[in-house]
Each structure stands twice: as structure tokens, then as C-alpha cells.
Design a binder for this molecule. Structure first.
Ligand SMILES: Cc1cc2nc3c(=O)[nH]c(=O)nc-3n(C[C@H](O)[C@H](O)[C@H](O)COP(=O)(O)O)c2cc1C
Length: 331
């Protein structure tokens, strides 16, 4: 069984955001306990999609990085898991884990029967995990989900029990319904119920933005750990802040906002293919600009920038206008 440090911190899987540059940036601030790839199509991977080299790049911490796959087809998931683990072993690269996505509610994924759609088919989902387990007996295997289509603790427990019996080593719950996207706050009471009844760790996820929220969630819902998504894009140093404040409640971190943003651009430029540069930098700055007083102006300008050089010029220009915002003493 997988063991977790109590209160483990994880960087969430996020399409177009959870790539190597973000992990490098987070690791540069001291890192977290477990990282994720973005959700990747099992069918695409099996068909040799040219972009999987970047979607499934496990660096800089392969032994701590989970590869998240999705598919409407359980057998493809098993085949993709087997191939991924076999290829990594042949390259001498560790696999931190493989995860099945049962939570994505994006219409294009749900329509084809992937992501959250599996929550309507608990037996099929368990079958998928069983196949993945068989394909990779020694690899950490996990599943991430939402609450499903309607609130039912019994249905959720039934779904999760099936996954655990099929061989899942841990579960991640983002406790919102499929229809809610990011509306209303997550129903964390479900995390508590699941964590109390499952025989494997249950990780809670959703809306954790600082030490106070982390601490309250650990205390009130007793999950095996906490996963953070959007706030780790806004503040890639959030894990360092949480760890620091665990030791000392007055802990603060001095961050150079300009250097950090420029470093991200440089990582995107050197570690991702050219046709990802603009989309990934726009995605990142969509959140990162929340650190700036007039962030909405620069965010809007960056969303309309024609290329990476223009993004860089706009971002640097902001600090020429507002040099006092360069350094943030964050708590
Ligand atoms: C842009 C974006 C892309 C996402 N992509 C994925 C994904 O690929 N796989 C997944 O399981 N969840 C995905 N999520 C959901 C996050 O992993 C996480 O469950 C959600 O953002 C709630 O956590 P947070 O409040 O800490 O951001 C995505 C979320 C966002 C904002």
C-alpha cells in the first residue's frame, strides 16, 4: 500500500498548466510531495501522438510525478499504462504513479465517455483500474474524481470501494458535482466521509489557497493529503509558504515577481515546443497576474499578445511602470 507523509502536498494535474516548466518553478521554491502531468489521452499515447513527449515529460522529479491518463475505453487505459511503465523502465526513468481521470467534466471529454462520465458506470471504472493494476503491478495507481452527477454519499462510497478493491493505491476527491465546474465551494464533508471509510489514503482538493485553509482542511476533514491547483499557478511558492508556516506561523517569503515570471517564460521557451509557447504562457499569466495590483490590464494584454517575445515585453514593461511591485513579501 502507498504510504503518504501525513499532510502531503500535491500539485494538481491541469491541462496546459501542469507541464515541466511549472514543476521546475515549484521545485525551485522547495517543491511539494507529489507532482502531476496534465491529463493525457491514452488513445493518443498509444497512437504515438507527437505531443506526448511534452505532456508526459516526468522531469524534474520523475519518481514523484504521476502521469494522469484518460480514456472512454478501459482496455486502452491498461495498454497505455503497460507501455508507459515499460518504456520508462527501459529508459531508466522512474514512474511516480499512473492515475485514471474520473473527474474531468469538459464537454468534449465527457461526450466521448471519458472523465466524469465513468462515475455513471462504477463497475466499468473498477474494471479499468483492475486492468491498469494488472498491467503495472508494481506502479502506484490512483484515481481522481468529482462527486459525480448528483449528491449521494452511498453512490460515491460504492464507486470508490470498487476502485480500491480493483487495486487503486489512493484516491483524490475534488468534491464538486460534474455540473458545477468551479461554482460554489467544494463540499469537503465528502472528503471527510471518504477518508474515514476507505482503506487507502484519500486526498482532498479544491479551493486551498494558503496555510490557514490547508490547516483547517487537514483538521476538519482529515484527508491523507491536500492537492492544490490554481493557487500553485498564481503563487508557485505556495507549498513553501505552507511548509514554512507549519514550522513558524510568522514565516514570510520574499519573492521577486518579475524574475519569477521571466523564469517561467524562459522555461516555457526552452522546455516546450514552439507551438505551445503562446498558449502556455497565456494560461500561466492568466493566474499569475493576480499577484499584481493592476493585474487585470496586463492579463488582458497578454491574452492578446501575438507571440512569446510580446508577452515578455508586456510583462517587463509592467515593472518599468510599477517597480515597487517587483518584490512581494508574501505570507
Ligand atoms: C485549467 C485547468 C485544467 C485542469 N485540468 C485537469 C486535468 O487535466 N486533470 C484533472 O484531474 N483535473 C484538472 N483540473 C482540475 C484540477 O486538478 C483541480 O481539481 C481543480 O482545479 C480544483 O483545485 P484548485 O481549487 O486547487 O484549483 C483542471 C483545472 C484547471 C483550472
Amino acid at each position: 500500500m502507498t504510504t503518504f507523509k501525513p499532510g502531503s502536498l500535491m500539485l494538481a494535474p491541469m491541462v496546459e498548466l501542469s507541464h515541466r516548466p511549472l514543476r521546475e518553478l515549484v521545485a525551485g521554491f522547495g517543491g511539494c510531495d507529489r507532482y502531476y502531468s496534465e491529463m493525457t489521452s491514452a488513445a493518443g499515447y498509444l497512437a504515438g501522438s507527437p505531443f506526448d513527449e511534452w505532456f508526459l515529460d516526468p522531469q524534474p522529479c520523475p519518481e514523484q510525478t504521476v502521469m494522469q491518463l484518460y480514456s472512454p475505453d478501459a482496455q486502452r487505459m491498461a495498454l497505455a499504462t503497460e507501455r508507459l511503465v515499460r518504456e520508462r523502465l527501459a529508459q531508466g526513468v522512474a514512474v511516480g504513479g499512473v492515475e485514471a481521470n474520473f473527474g474531468c467534466s469538459a464537454p468534449q471529454i465527457e461526450r466521448i465517455g471519458g472523465g466524469v462520465k465513468w462515475m455513471k458506470d462504477p463497475e466499468g471504472a473498477a474494471q479499468m483500474i483492475r486492468g491498469m493494476r494488472k498491467a503495472a503491478p508494481d506502479t502506484v495507481l490512483s484515481a481522481k474524481m468529482r462527486l459525480g452527477y448528483e449528491e449521494s454519499l452511498e453512490a460515491l462510497k460504492n464507486f470508490c470501494t470498487g476502485l480500491v478493491e480493483a487495486g487503486a493505491d489512493y484516491l483524490v476527491l475534488h468534491p464538486r458535482l460534474s455540473s458545477e465546474k468551479f461554482r460554489r465551494t467544494g463540499r469537503w464533508a465528502y472528503v471527510r466521509e471518504l477518508a474515514a471509510t476507505m482503506s487507502v489514503p484519500v486526498i482532498g482538493n479544491g479551493d486551498i489557497r494558503d496555510f490557514k485553509a490547508y490547516n483547517a482542511a487537514m483538521h476538519d476533514y482529515a484527508p491523507g493529503g491536500i492537492m492544490i491547483g490554481r493557487e500553485a499557478v498564481r503563487r508557485p511558492w505556495v507549498f513553501a509558504l505552507i511548509r514554512g508556516q507549519q514550522e513558524n506561523p510568522d514565516f514570510t517569503l520574499q519573492v521577486n515577481l518579475e524574475d519569477t515570471g521571466l523564469r517561467m517564460l524562459s522555461l516555457i521557451r526552452t522546455m516546450l515546443p514552439a507551438n505551445f509557447h503562446l498558449s502556455r504562457s497565456r494560461r500561466f499569466f492568466f493566474y499569475y497576474c493576480d499577484n499584481l495590483k493592476f493585474g487585470h490590464h496586463i492579463r488582458y494584454a497578454i491574452q492578446n499578445a501575438p507571440d512569446l517575445d510580446a508577452v515578455k515585453a508586456l510583462f517587463r514593461g509592467y515593472f518599468v511602470e510599477a517597480p515597487s511591485e517587483r518584490i512581494k513579501n508574501d505570507s
